[in-house]
Write a protein that binds this ligand. Sequence first.
Ligand SMILES: [Zn+2]
Length: 161
Amino acid sequence: MNKLSWLLNQIVELRLNPTNECIEWPYSANRGGYGQVYFQGTTRRVHRIAYEMYYGQTATKLVLHKCDNPRCFNPLHLYNGTHQQNADDITIRNRRDMPIGSAVANSRLTEWQVIQIIQLLDEGKALRKIAQQFPVSYQAVWDIKRGVTWTHLPRPWQEAE
Ligand SMILES: [Zn+2]
């Protein structure tokens, strides 16, 4: 039996006989401890697949753990959370569920720099001046201002709308 079949069987079993115990992925895990499985040409996170299989819907956001056990894929311990919730969780637990912000390849700014840029924009500093201060283009600062990049970081001016 392959891993995905095993997972499918587990999910079916959990639907029939739900449990509050953690169900841990016995196969390979990534560095963060999250169970992973390879299919359709890429490495997938087991808990995300489990969520989608169990609830029969695409996870539109991050799939997060309530139990703080990255190997666990018990769907009752998972929820489809927001980036903000995840950011809060990172602050609390100091680890990530998936690459966002500075962890994304080719990102030229760190999370902290973008937070500083957002702060400067909020203070009304000119985009051109900010672009001189950080290793980014005017366009990149403009994109941060409009909220098209680094979307997981809250913009104070968006809240006021
Ligand atoms: Zn669990």
